[in-house]
Design a protein around this ligand. Sequence first.
Ligand SMILES: *[C@@H]1O[C@H](CO)[C@@H](O)[C@H](O)[C@H]1NC(C)=O
Ligand SMILES: *[C@@H]1O[C@H](CO)[C@@H](O)[C@H](O)[C@H]1NC(C)=O
Ligand SMILES: *[C@@H]1O[C@H](CO)[C@@H](O)[C@H](O)[C@H]1NC(C)=O
Ligand SMILES: *[C@@H]1O[C@H](CO)[C@@H](O)[C@H](O)[C@H]1NC(C)=O
Length: 317
Amino acid sequence: MIHFPFFFLIFTIFFFTISHSQFSSTFLDSLLQDYAFQSIPHHRPLTGLIYNTTNLPSNLTGTTVAALRLRTGSLRKRGFHNYNEFDIPSGIVVNPYVKRVILVYHNLGKLSEVYYPLPGFVYLSPVVGLLAYNAVNLSGKELPELDLRASEKPIFIRFGKLKSSPEMSSSEMCVFFDLYGGVAFDHVVNGSVCTTVTQGHFGIVVKSSPEPAPAPEHVPEYPFASGGGGGRGGGGGGRRNKGWWVGGSVAGGVLLAALVVVLVLWVRWCRGTKRMEKMRDEADRGVPLAVAAVGRAEVPVAMGTRTKPILENEYVT
Ligand SMILES: *[C@@H]1O[C@H](CO)[C@@H](O)[C@H](O)[C@H]1NC(C)=O
Ligand SMILES: *[C@@H]1O[C@H](CO)[C@@H](O)[C@H](O)[C@H]1NC(C)=O
Ligand SMILES: *[C@@H]1O[C@H](CO)[C@@H](O)[C@H](O)[C@H]1NC(C)=O
Ligand SMILES: *[C@@H]1O[C@H](CO)[C@@H](O)[C@H](O)[C@H]1NC(C)=O
């Protein structure tokens, strides 16, 4: 009886992890934030210098991580050019307001497919990430990301040389993973450049053969696409796929919500059962509940929190 919800829970987590890898990538973000912050000297850290993370554990060999500390005023006024693949323009707004930010850079190298699996596609570039954190506490762990937005021009991600495409017929697409498990596609600019208006993880992919079932033609566009710079091109082939992916994310979200409800109900139910068992055991063992005489009825009393029955007696007399 107890085992059914539990089994369902495990199954759902397993399914969700496979389909989106959201949990493991969130875990990785948090881990890399910690390592990246450790690479910044706590005594007189400089702003505007890229601190390369050198203390990564062996299970993250092949990834590149860096931290860049900037005043938000300077980020907004001047941006930051050539933070590895990222070309950050002026007009960047960070929310909520903090005095300084740390932009953590990820290049997942050969672990790209592990943390950002994309069935039906092949990566031509590594997955790179840009995430914004409050710089106030360099020992901070499990920090939430700040909201980062490009308000004037998009951020460019220049991938340089791509792996040669195994599928000459299909065209390259930029893929964007937001921080909440959402996936979107956009077209590639200038051969190997992607654009974004917010933070997250980015890569360039092509469809692998055999072709997955084609997405329906008239799906709604992704409402918060990374396509700030994509305004020029309108609707490339990649855009149509967005609805499909978003549908998947939404379904995943609904599933997760259902899962949480099931979990909460189950925990409550267990607690209820335990409490009842305890009460029954105590009754069986003859442990008396606190009982006091109020008038003629004997009722259990809560300790000291309620109006004392004595007052009523005084009123009567
Ligand atoms: C980190 O690496 C980048 C590129 O590899 C280099 O330009 C930069 O100087 C390095 N930063 C430090 C602090 O060594
Ligand atoms: C890698 O190892 C570290 C410590 O050895 C551990 O804390 C971490 O969970 C592992 N990371 C990944 C991504 O598996
Ligand atoms: C900084 O973060 C660490 C780890 O989360 C915490 O122990 C410490 O109290 C924080 N310091 C400040 C000044 O908030
Ligand atoms: C695309 O390439 C042209 C010519 O090389 C260059 O002028 C332009 O800035 C590039 N655009 C982007 C977004 O990189």
